[in-house]
Design a protein around this ligand. Structure first.
Ligand code: PLP
Length: 239
């Protein structure tokens, strides 16, 4: 088991290297977020030993429990919240995470902003968009480019939350194994990023969190700066 997580991690890192070369990307511009949701702390320890420094989690209580089980964690280790968050759990994110990829409502933004101001902290966040328009996916519905302008009132409200540091966009597109299809979704998120940047010049949109185990090649081709890989490294999840 130990060997395979180590091997998987190195294999994915090699693939990132070669896709960066293939698509003319600087290697340093792509961060690997290892998704450790529903994985036990023993396996997380193995991937940290393999070299992982960015861990992605979906359930903040689970993250807090697991963190308490470690005797030692590298100082440069970062925990990233990548799952949908009920706003009543927002304080947990402030306490446990370096960054939030899955900001998906004005309500959550305002609550986080208020709690951050109470503790004098800022939180780097990404705005999650639903580029495929599926009911099962979270994020602002950005499937139809003609409707992007109607999202701007809510974007203003989020951007006005001064304790949130909006750094970019995130998406979880419809599942497909067709490269040409997944590429279209990733391209759409990039276009939306350009659109938001033009509407809000005060922002600096530079992060694109997109691509998982089966489609990170196309995500890198389309400019992903953070790819979120779970099963390809950690194996199948518990429960
Ligand atoms: C689970 C999850 C992933 C990882 O997916 P894999 O297919 O296991 O690589 C990435 N992003 C989000 C938001 C997830 O919930």
């Amino acid at each position: 088991m130990e060997l395979s997580i180590d091997k998987n991690y190195k294999k994915v890192m090699e693939n990132i290297d070669s896709y960066c070369q293939l698509y003319n990307r600087e290697r340093e511009s792509v961060k690997l977020i290892v998704v450790t949701k529903s994985q036990p702390s023993e396996k997380i320890e193995q991937v940290i030993s393999a070299g992982a420094r960015y861990l992605g989690e979906n359930y903040p209580e689970e993250t807090r429990e697991k963190k308490n089980e470690f005797v030692y964690l590298p100082e440069d280790l970062e925990w990233h919240m990548i799952g949908h968050l009920q706003s009543r759990k927002s304080q947990l994110v402030i306490n446990e995470f370096t960054m939030m990829h899955s900001l998906d409502s004005v309500k959550l933004a305002k609550r986080l902003d208020h709690q951050l101001s109470n503790v004098g902290k800022k939180l780097p966040v990404l705005l999650q968009f639903n580029v495929g328009g599926e009911d099962s996916k979270y994020g602002w519905d950005a499937s139809d480019k003609n409707n992007w302008s109607s999202l701007m009132d809510e974007m203003v409200e989020v951007i006005n939350c001064s304790n949130l540091n909006v750094q970019g966009l995130m998406t979880m597109p419809p599942f497909t194994t067709k490269e040409t299809e997944s590429r279209i979704y990733f391209r759409k998120l990039r276009d939306l990023g350009d659109y938001l940047q033009s509407k809000f010049p005060e922002l600096s949109i530079c992060e694109y969190s997109m691509g998982t185990s089966h489609d990170f090649k196309m995500a890198i081709a389309e400019g992903a700066t953070m790819i979120r890989i779970g099963t390809a490294i950690m194996g199948s999840r518990e429960k």
